[in-house]
Design a protein around this ligand. Structure first.
Ligand code: EAX
Length: 325
């Protein structure tokens, strides 16, 4: 009798250790991004990683590669498409080269403010764009946020569009943005983010444009004299995973990933808000001049680019976004 109780206990212990062994079988997912660990992207992705680990009992774990350790955003997207990298958090900068339907949200002066952008991306229009990714070997788990972009440069304060004339401005590898900067009379120079600091420092380009969180994370204000608050375009970001890998994840775990992404998005947007609230003071303290601009002047100046946008992305589609209140 005693022996059989021992046997039962033994079986129970053995069973427990087998199931805990199963619980420990872990899939490690490599995630890369261009900004630092403590940036709005880092905050978003580490929140995502923590939540995924918690919600899958540690069966999925994220391995972090911040600050462009795996390359620029276009290179990393290629790697995610191939499956040599699992995940990326990226601006939409190069994404239109993979999934053309994302280009519409890169149009300057499309979104009035953060509330407008977030509502569009979280709603049916945003979901419809996400649904276009699987056909390209990618799954966009969620939108994330980069923020409204502002021009920085080493020559002069940008107060009117004329001030941009003939300035060499680094843009993302994004034709929508390049068309806008051409319309503004500057010389758009596409370049991957990893090269921007040095290009500004050595004067290869006069300026660049990025949201405050990126200007802070990469200390771009230390190699620029002027930060002009042009808010010329809202810059979305996205959390993207390789499709083959996604297809192997169980339905319950996919739900865990989606839930984790929701929490990550809140953390990422909060960090964008915080950086915007505190960042100007940090930049000014370093001796860099920050100026406000009348953004309507810039909006009028890119009107000519809208002729092309209407043709490429559909006037009705653009209006549908503008009309979201
Ligand atoms: O995704 O390349 C860029 O300017 C992006 O805004 C930045 O890397 C964050």
């Amino acid at each position: 009798m005693k022996l059989s109780r021992l046997a039962v206990q033994l079986i129970a212990v053995l069973g427990l250790s087998i199931s805990s062994f199963a619980a420990q079988a872990q899939t490690v997912l490599k995630v890369g991004w261009t900004n630092t660990m403590d940036s709005h992207y880092g905050v978003g992705i580490t929140t995502f990683g923590d939540e995924v680990a918690k919600r899958t009992n540690g069966r999925y774990k994220l391995q972090y590669f911040p600050a462009g350790a795996l390359g620029g955003e276009r290179e990393m997207l290629e790697a995610v498409q191939l499956g040599t990298q699992d995940l990326i958090i990226t601006s939409t900068g190069p994404v239109g080269n993979f999934v053309a339907e994302t280009r519409i949200v890169d149009i300057p002066f499309l979104f009035r403010d953060y509330a407008h952008a977030r509502k569009v991306l979280d709603g049916p229009i945003g979901k419809d764009i996400l649904s276009k990714f699987p056909a390209k070997g990618l799954v966009a788990i969620s939108w994330m946020e980069n923020g409204f972009r502002h021009v920085t440069n080493s020559k002069r304060a940008i107060k009117t569009p004329d001030d941009l004339k003939a300035l060499k401005i680094r843009t993302m590898e994004n034709k929508v943005h390049m068309e806008a900067f051409k319309a503004l009379g500057s010389l758009p120079t596409p370049m991957n983010m990893n090269e921007v600091f040095t290009a500004l420092q050595t004067g290869t380009v006069d300026g660049q444009e990025n949201p405050i969180p990126v200007i802070l994370a990469n200390k771009l204000y230390t190699v620029q004299k002027y930060v002009s608050l042009t808010s010329h375009v809202y810059s979305p970001a996205m959390l993207i995973i390789n499709k083959g890998l996604w297809d192997k994840i169980s339905a319950a775990d996919k739900t865990a990933f989606y839930e984790a992404a929701k929490i990550a998005l809140v953390a990422n947007r909060k960090k964008v808000n915080d950086d915007e609230a505190n960042g100007i003071a940090v930049i000014e303290k370093a001796g860099t001049l920050v100026n406000k601009v009348d953004t309507t002047l810039f909006q009028k100046a890119v009107a000519s680019a809208y002729v092309q946008y209407n043709k490429d992305y559909g006037e009705a589609n653009i209006k549908k976004i503008i009309d979201v209140k």
